[in-house]
Design a protein around this ligand. Structure first.
Ligand SMILES: O=C(O)CCC(=O)C(=O)O
Length: 341
């Protein structure tokens, strides 16, 4: 034993730092508790992931319930229709259509026939519910070949009712082209929405979130192949309760689609001489996120934020456009900068 009463220096050290043992004792249960917490957290997140997966599967089933598809056009018939689409493109390039028939965007051009519509950029209020039909006669009529080669075939097959279609839109996509997530405006178009694909196979996706700069698209709730010569008919949940889009990665070659729809008799129409159009009943304008079924869906608010961001960017751009042309603007002839689907 030494003068200090300790034979072992380790004991002396222990006596000088008693709190260390206490600390260890306290820490031990803490540590194992931390492990339990982690395990619980992992289990909970696995459960969350499983229930999220189940919800997505249930939603995919609801989407499928509103989709009908059929292969109608042979390769030979497609080739003839594709030649007609090329003629539309050539006519557009020569400037032979009315101003609002053609809407050009990078990697995607649209040709509106029968009826055309716009977002409300020129109304200075944007977003779902703000879309307006152009005044009658502002877009070209539906070409005869669309009636003869496409619509009548679908009527014959019982896929369309006679006289239903009064609007035909041709989208012509280049590789990498896309259409962001949207619901075809409920206050403008009756259901069903009928589309026929040409030139190449692609996919229509439901429930995707888009991010921009660089463009990124989240996993869809449903990825629906849309093959050359096939018809896709959307109604119910697929048309109204979830957004659809074409992702850039799904357009690998040139693709075109002819969208056949009927406008509602009470669809609001742009009338440049009149003041703002009357408000539309909220049951036909309420905002739809890409997922409606589960109000707790974690990503839903983010989608709306992104949609807002999209609109905000266009609004800023359109304001910029307006301001540079302010001197040219009056109440009847506004410059229009818009985004459409
Ligand atoms: O390209 C498609 O099949 C869909 C196009 C579409 O949803 C639209 O133009 O509103």
């Amino acid at each position: 034993m030494s003068a200090s009463g300790f034979t072992d220096l380790r004991e002396k050290l222990k006596a000088m730092t008693p709190h260390r043992d206490d600390l260890k004792k306290k820490q031990l249960p803490e540590r194992s508790n931390g492990g339990a917490k982690k395990r619980k957290y992992r289990e909970e997140s696995e459960e969350d992931a499983a229930s999220d997966q189940e919800q997505r599967e249930a939603e995919a089933r609801r989407v499928k319930s509103g989709i009908k598809q059929a292969t109608v056009f042979s390769a030979q018939e497609c080739a003839l229709i594709e030649q007609k689409i090329d003629e539309v493109v050539a006519k557009g390039d020569k400037g032979l259509y009315r101003e609002h028939t053609v809407d050009r965007a990078p990697l995607r051009n649209k040709y509106f026939f029968g009826e055309g519509y716009t977002y409300g950029a020129q109304l200075e209020r944007r977003g779902p519910g703000q879309e307006r039909l152009y005044s009658k006669g502002e877009v070209d009529d539906i070409p005869d070949w669309v009636h003869e080669l496409v619509i009548s075939r679908l009527v014959e097959r019982g896929l369309l009712s006679e006289g239903f279609v009064n609007s035909a839109v041709i989208n012509d996509y280049q590789p990498g082209g896309c259409i962001v997530s949207h619901v075809d405006p409920i206050h403008i178009f009756e259901r069903p929405i009928v589309s026929v694909s040409f030139f190449s196979d692609s996919a229509l996706c439901f429930g995707c979130r888009f991010q921009f700069k660089p463009i990124r698209v989240s996993e869809p709730v449903l990825h629906l192949p849309v093959r050359r010569g096939s018809v896709t008919i959307l109604s119910g949940y697929a048309a109204d309760e979830i957004t659809h889009c074409i992702r850039p990665q799904d357009i690998k070659e040139r693709r075109a689609v002819i969208i056949l729809r009927r406008t509602r008799p009470d669809a609001p129409r742009l009338d440049t001489d009149a003041p703002s159009p009357a408000p539309i009943p909220s049951d036909r304008t309420h905002k739809r996120s890409h997922r409606k079924a589960d109000p707790d869906a974690a990503h839903r608010p983010r989608v709306l934020e992104m949609d807002k961001e999209e609109n905000r960017v266009s609004r800023v751009r359109s304001r910029r456009d307006y301001s540079s042309h302010d001197s040219q603007r009056d109440s009847s002839t506004r410059r229009v900068k818009m985004r459409r689907h």
